[in-house]
Every structure is written in C-alpha cells, then in structure tokens.
Design a protein around this ligand. Structure first.
Ligand code: FEO
Ligand code: CA
Ligand code: CA
Ligand code: CA
Length: 707
C-alpha cells in the first residue's frame, strides 16, 4: 500500500482518550465538559450475591451450544415477499455469526493474520495479504436521481438523496443465497460543519439551507451493493434500478412510535397531538441486524440538538438535566442551533420534543416504503445500539448500553416468541417483537471489592468478576419502579435505573451477544471521571480510576438462558498498553498482544471470534479494529487488524457470513481542531479533503479473514 504523506499536522486538544476537542464538540456536545448527568446516590455493588464464584478465578462457562433455535442457517427466511414491487424476492438473511463453526468450539480459533503495528498514518492500513476499497463516501448518490455531489453548492434536497455524513453502524444484509448482492445499511451519527462547508466560521453564519443540509446528512442510508466476482470485495450497484436504496434523515423523515409510552402525555407535541409520529432521527450511533432481517439503530447524544432548556417548564428541568440537556443556557456550548431551521428543537416552545428522541429505531431495509419505528418498550436513554438474540424459549432478547459516564446496561425480553419460516405471517409477526416486553437494568456484584483500589491490579482470586442481576423495570404497561408509571419508566428510564440501584458503568457502548455462544460482550469505552472528586469510586467491573483506556465485559447468563434474570460477569480484557500493569488480556502472554485503547463497537465473525473497534485511542495511535478468540487457549490473544486515517474513529464493524469480507465505517477523518475543508488534517479517501466513508477489507487469496 502507498501511504500518502500527512498534511500539516494540526494540534488538537485531546479530551477523553485522545479524542480531539473538535470531535467532543460535534459528536457529543462536549459531554465530558459538563457535569456527570447521573447525580443519583443509588447504592451500587451491594451484597455479593453468590460467593461461590469468587474462589475460582475466571469463570468460564461451558459452551451454551445451539442457542438460536429456529433460525440457524436459513435464518429469517421471513423476508420473502417483503421486497418492493418489481424487485426480486428476498431470500434468507443470516445475521453475522450464524454459521456453525465446523468442528471447532465456537470462538476458539487462532487468528491467522499478522497484526499491524500502531501508527499515525493518514491512510487506511491493513495486514499483509489483505486489500481494501472504499465502497461509498459522504455525498455519493444513494437514491435514484440523486445529483452529483457539489461541495460548494450543497442543498438539502441533494443531500437527502446522497450518502450522509459520519457513517457509524454498518449492517450487511444478503439479498441472495449465493452472497452476491446485499443491502448495506449505515447510520449517519452527526455532522461537522467545519469540515463540510468551505469558509465555515460559525453555526450562526450558516444559512438556513446549510442547517437543513446538516439535518439531511444525519440519519441512515440503505444502499444495494454487489460482490466483485469471486472476491471478498464489494461495490455499490450503480446501474439499473436500485429499488431498495433509501435515505432517512433528521429533516423530514417520519417515524412511528410504538409500545407502551406511544401516545402518552410525555410524547405529545403541538405538531403531533397524538404523540405517535416523530419527524427525524438524531445521532444514530451503533445498532444491530435482527434475526428477522431489519436493522436497529440507537439514538445517542440527542440532547445536544435541543435549545431553550433554560426556558422549559420548571417541572421538566430535572428530566432534561438527567439526559444532559442544559437548563441554564438557551444555547449551550457547541449548540447546532437547529431551531433556526425547525422550531421543534426549541424546548421553550416544545418541551416534549426531546422526549421523542433517545429511542431505538427499527428500519426494514427490504421494504423501502415502510415507516421506520421508534420502540418505546426498549426505554429511552443515550442508546449506543441494540443487538438481538433469540433465546432458547423463542423470546427475543435485546442488549443495550447507555453511553454516558456512570450510566447503565439494559436488556429487553419480548413478550412474543420469534416465528420461524419465510411466510408473510412470520414476517409480519416478527416485526412486532420489539413492541411489547420487559425492560431490565443490570446490577453487578463483586467478588473482590475490598481489593479494588483504582490501580487496575488484578484481584488475588485471579479475576475481575462477580455475579449480577437483571432488575425488572417495566413489563408491558406494568411498572416495577415505585412512584413511576410504565410510560414514565420508559420515557425517563435513567431515573428508573437510579431508583433500583443499577450499577454505574464506564460508558457502556456496544453490547452484543455472540450468536454462537450466547455470551454477551460489552465495550466500556473509558471514564475520565471514575473515582475523581466526588464521583463514584472504582469497583470490580470498572476497576481503574480516571479510566483512560476502557475494558471489555463478558456476561454469561445463568443456565445459558438469555432471558435469565441472573448472570455471571468478568472482564476478559482491561485495555491499554500491554506493558502497563493495569492491563489484562484474559491471562494471555502480554508480550504477544496488540495495544488497544477505548473499545467502542464489537462484532463477531462466523467462527465466533470477537472483533473490537476503537474510538479515541489514548496511546498515540490512530484508531483501529482488533480481533481475539473468546474461548480456549487463544482467548485474550488480541491482534490489531486495521487502522483508520488521521483524526478518524473506527466504526461498524461487520464481518460477512462467509467470513471473507470485513466492513468498517471510517468516521470523522481529519477531525482535528483547526482543520477546515480547505485546510484539511486528512485528505482521505480521495486526496483532497476528508470524507467519512465505508470500507471493505478482504484477503487477497480469497480465503477467510481472521481464522
Ligand atoms: Fe456514538 Fe457511544 O458512541
Ligand atoms: Ca474477583
Ligand atoms: Ca460508538
Ligand atoms: Ca456491534
């Protein structure tokens, strides 16, 4: 590969991790500068529920086995007939990881690629023997009839038909059984106006049309892609009809609210007196592909889009504050001032509008006419994403994290059971699974509490570990939280977690079950405030003070039942430089593992290996993608697979069912304070100015990636 020379390196100011101040401003509204929104004094880490675990070191559960009853192999064939008119019938959609790992314990394979070293190159780096290609980038046409991108004459109407900005989640859903065509479904989390508009000076100086461009650059894209014959490479389908291609955005797309809080007084506005239809989706971060072939998307830092919290009704201010919305300033620092283009963002006039964001969105990419839904049954918080597994009982279980310092882990268990088969009836049924069920929040107990001193020293029992409980918050219309109705629990879920003593975590990002083992992996990205000042002290699951590098938590549900209300947990990886004694790699020889910092998204390949992407590497390298076995002697043998260009974060990732293609989203390349369109800190991917884009990586000899 040829490495393009970096342009003048601009010095940014790192905040959390090594994240540049510019990213903090645009991505999360300077969340780390504001007080921690969770000021509850809920007791966390109470009794050690089951001391038996403590004497045994790392708990290794047996393989759960064939967990996903009902849709292994020919998964969610449910899609037949869901195709748009004139399109081919849609065959089965196997979620990643469904393939059986032939003859080997799932997750136990050795990874065959040679790890790449940390680096700060302004290019996309892959291991020897691999290649990569940009599939689609900001501004590329998506919807038929989309005009070519024009940097200096952008319009909202054009952007609404083009690929949005700052791609994050990546899902790839097969369109045929031979794996030649697929739908790429991508989130567009946020915009960076400094890097989008030539001559940008301030949000105030943007035209209203430019504000609308930014709104149209949010949301999601559905793009039909095809395999480059006989390889692991993919490209957009750019000829003929593309009936599935679609954009949804924050400007004009309509979303239906479902579940017990839909229609409640908390969700009604002047424009929507019934409280059932929302315009726009905000800050879509991670997500997941469901077993029935839809995509879930988490609305994360929605707080930063609202203004006028200072003039909101007094009765609402505590609720706004718990969700990170300023109640003291009309325009908090970094405000996008979208009220200039759409009055609904002004809480002084429309105090309920904020309640209509912060949900999990479900979109059916196989039905471009379908209205995407926001599922209130899954609770409202800063949703990183949601990932679903079908439990042995047939109920579906969605695991979720609230990405804020000292916020919580959640799971949802559906009332109804997954229906097998590819009939219309099954398809229609499965689309309702996330509309009713039970929402739980996690409480983690410790085995070595007295030894946790904030240094990250491994406890004498050989593990950061313990047992945990899923505490029931609400089931259908029945609340289990004193003093809160079901609609209140679902709309103001953080308060419910506070009341029941949920465990305050180090920013739970992606939470994803391995479909092969049923074990659940949580990326806890970092927490600069842990143990600092009056903030909560380190505990066994969050064992380091001022945690810069984050950790991976593994959760094993009791009896291998994902609907269980009890579980065991441990930390297989405590991130950082392996030479740093506070790091841990499941006991693997630390001289042989890659340094990793700030884990964010997780995914599994078809043999069950865990892939981890990073956001804000605090070790001086660009962000990257890593992989490790989760079982057997290779557990903890973490290797770096790729790095993204300067200023960027690695998002996605997604490994195809045949294990031959790794997709990642390169988010916010060149996002370094002082950079502009005309003076970029990165010229990736085209050699001019920085553009977020989706990249596919494959092995040159056509073999499987990873193992
Ligand atoms: Fe959008 Fe939690 O990262
Ligand atoms: Ca322990
Ligand atoms: Ca993320
Ligand atoms: Ca994931």
């Amino acid at each position: 590969m040829s490495d393009r020379p970096r342009l003048l390196p601009l010095l940014g100011t790192p905040r959390h991790g090594s994240r540049d101040a510019m990213t903090c401003l645009y991505r999360c509204g300077n969340a780390c500068e504001h007080p921690v929104p969770n000021t509850s004094d809920n007791a966390y880490f109470g009794d050690v529920v089951n001391a038996e675990v403590s004497r045994r070191g790392v708990v290794r559960a047996g393989v759960v086995g064939a967990l996903v009853l009902g849709f292994s192999g020919a998964a969610a064939g449910a899609l037949a007939g869901a195709a748009p008119a004139a399109a081919a019938p849609v065959p089965p959609v196997p979620p990643a990881g469904q393939a059986a790992a032939a003859g080997r314990r799932p997750g136990s394979g050795a990874l065959s690629f040679k790890p790449i070293p940390p680096n700060t190159l302004d290019t996309f780096v892959v291991p020897n023997g691999y290649d990569h290609a940009v599939i689609i980038r900001w501004g590329d046409p998506v919807v038929p009839g989309a005009p070519d991108f024009n940097l200096r004459r952008q319009t909202a109407a054009a952007q609404a038909k083009q690929f949005g900005y700052n791609n994050d989640f990546v899902g790839v859903l097969p369109l045929d059984k031979r794996g030649r065509r697929a739908l790429l479904v991508v989130n567009h989390e946020y915009t960076n106006e400094d890097l989008m508009f030539p001559g940008f000076t301030s949000q105030d100086a943007l035209s209203v049309e430019q504000v609308k461009v930014a709104m149209a650059a949010h949301g999601m894209s559905v793009v039909e892609i095809e395999r480059v014959a006989g390889t692991g490479q993919w490209q957009v389908v750019d000829s003929g009809r593309r009936p599935y291609n679609r954009r949804v955005d924050a400007l004009s797309s309509k979303f239906e609210l479902t579940g017990p809080a839909a229609g409640s007084s908390f969700l009604k506005t002047a424009a929507d007196p019934k409280g059932r239809t929302v315009i726009g989706t905000l800050n879509n971060c991670a997500g997941g592909v469901t077993p029935w072939g839809t995509v879930l998307s988490g609305e994360e830092n929605f707080n930063q889009y609202f203004v006028g919290g200072d003039a909101a009704p007094e009765s609402e201010k505590a609720r706004l504050a718990r969700y990170g919305i300023s109640t003291t300033a009309r325009y908090p620092s970094g405000s996008r001032k979208w009220d200039r283009a759409a009055e609904r963002f002004d809480l002084a006039k429309h105090p309920n509008e904020a309640n209509r964001h912060g949900w999990v969105v479900e979109i059916d990419p196989f039905d471009p006419e379908s209205r995407p839904r926001k599922h209130t049954a899954l609770g409202r918080f800063k949703h990183e994403g949601a990932n679903v597994i079908v439990a042995r009982s047939g109920h579906v279980v969605a695991y979720m994290g609230d990405d804020e310092r000292f916020d919580y882990l959640y799971k949802f268990v559906s009332d109804k059971k997954f229906m097998k088969g590819d009939s219309w009836v099954a398809r229609k049924h499965n689309l309702t699974l996330l509309e009713s069920g039970t929402l739980y929040v996690a409480r983690l107990d410790q085995t070595s509490a007295e030894e946790i001193d904030g240094s990250g020293t491994l406890p004498s029992d050989g593990a950061f570990n313990g047992r945990g409980r899923w505490i029931k918050l609400v089931s259908g219309n029945r609340s289990y939280v004193d003093g809160m109705t079901a609609a209140e629990v679902l709309t103001f879920t953080r308060f419910a977690g506070d009341k029941v003593g949920a465990t305050k975590m180090d920013r739970p990002e992606d939470v994803e079950p391995s479909l092969l083992t049923g074990k659940v992996y949580v990326a806890l990205t970092n927490n600069s405030a842990r143990g600092v000042g009056s903030n909560p002290a380190p505990d066994e699951a969050n064992p380091r003070a001022a945690n810069r590098h984050g950790q991976i938590l593994e959760l094993v549900e009791d009896r291998g039942d994902n609907t269980s209300d009890t579980f065991r947990w441990s930390l297989p990886i405590v991130c950082g430089d392996p030479a740093d004694p506070s790091t841990y790699f499941a006991g693997y020889d630390k001289t042989k593992v890659s340094p990793i910092s700030c884990p964010d998204n997780v995914a599994f390949d078809a043999t069950g290996n865990l892939w981890i992407s990073t956001d804000g590497n605090a070790l001086g390298s660009n962000d990257g993608l890593f992989a490790t076995a989760t079982e057997g002697p290779e557990r903890g043998h973490l290797k770096q697979f790729l790095t993204v260009p300067v200023g960027a974060e690695t998002c996605g990732p997604f490994i195809t069912e045949d294990n031959r293609s790794v997709f990642v989203a390169v988010q916010h390349p060149g996002e370094i304070t002082g950079a502009t369109v005309d003076n970029p800190a990165s010229t990736w991917p085209d050699g001019d100015y920085a553009k977020p884009g989706v990249v596919v990586t494959w092995r040159l000899d056509g073999g499987p990636v990873g193992s």
